[in-house]
Design a protein around this ligand. Structure first.
Ligand SMILES: CC(C)(COP(=O)(O)OP(=O)(O)OC[C@H]1O[C@@H](n2cnc3c(N)ncnc32)[C@H](O)[C@@H]1OP(=O)(O)O)[C@@H](O)C(=O)NCCC(=O)NCCS
Length: 164
């Protein structure tokens, strides 16, 4: 099975809508629950605008060409952070680790020197994904907004050498 990532595009909308409509797939993220009927179309349209503005780069995760999740780097003008999710029936097979590895290559090519990720303390799978991608846990911080506002999350970081 081959994991790839590609810039999110309107052609991914139907599959993304399906994935995001199942709350189990997007637990631990700020994807809204319940997911609006036009959620994917609006999200993708905004992601395209954000990429043009060099604000955020969102990628679709594909497994042998099928849309199975999403990952990206956001907040490029302030404090760059990454996020990701994968369809639940595919967890535990190393696919998110591979997708984040590919995302880190994109991040490095963008010339970003450091990214962070905020992770719920109960989210062992995500912590493993970060560990395996050589992120380091640097502390914790109360989440300010979103679905887990008020919860203390772990903060992980990875630094990048300039791409050669
Ligand atoms: C987090 C997430 C992306 C991980 O995806 P994945 O494809 O299962 O990750 P991988 O298989 O690459 O690696 C996960 C590792 O954690 C382990 N793991 C997963 N859940 C675990 C748990 N509850 N306890 C202990 N280990 C766990 C897996 O066995 C695997 O271990 P390994 O590296 O030793 O093989 C996926 O669970 C997901 O999409 N969750 C919902 C969204 C989310 O949490 N996003 C991240 C927000 S910070």
């Amino acid at each position: 099975m081959s994991v790839t990532i590609e810039p999110i595009a309107l052609k991914h909308a139907a599959a993304l809508q399906d994935i995001c409509s199942d709350p189990d797939n997007v637990v631990n993220t700020n994807v809204p629950v319940p997911y609006p009927v036009d959620g994917a179309l609006k999200y993708i349209s905004q992601s395209i605008i954000d990429a043009e503005a060099h604000q955020a780069y969102i990628f679709t995760i594909l497994l042998d060409g099928d849309v199975v999740g999403n990952c990206g780097v956001m907040n490029l003008y302030t404090a760059p952070s990454i996020g990701y999710f994968l369809r639940k029936d595919l967890w535990g097979k190393g696919y998110a680790t591979e997708a984040v590895k590919l995302l880190c290559v994109k991040v490095q090519r963008l010339g970003i020197s450091m990214v962070h990720a905020k992770v719920r303390k109960t989210n062992i799978g995500s912590q493993r994904v970060l560990e395996k991608n050589l992120f380091i846990r640097v502390g914790e911080r109360a989440e300010e907004d979103g679905r887990y506002a008020g919860e203390t999350l772990d903060v992980w970081e990875k630094t990048f050498e300039p791409a050669t």
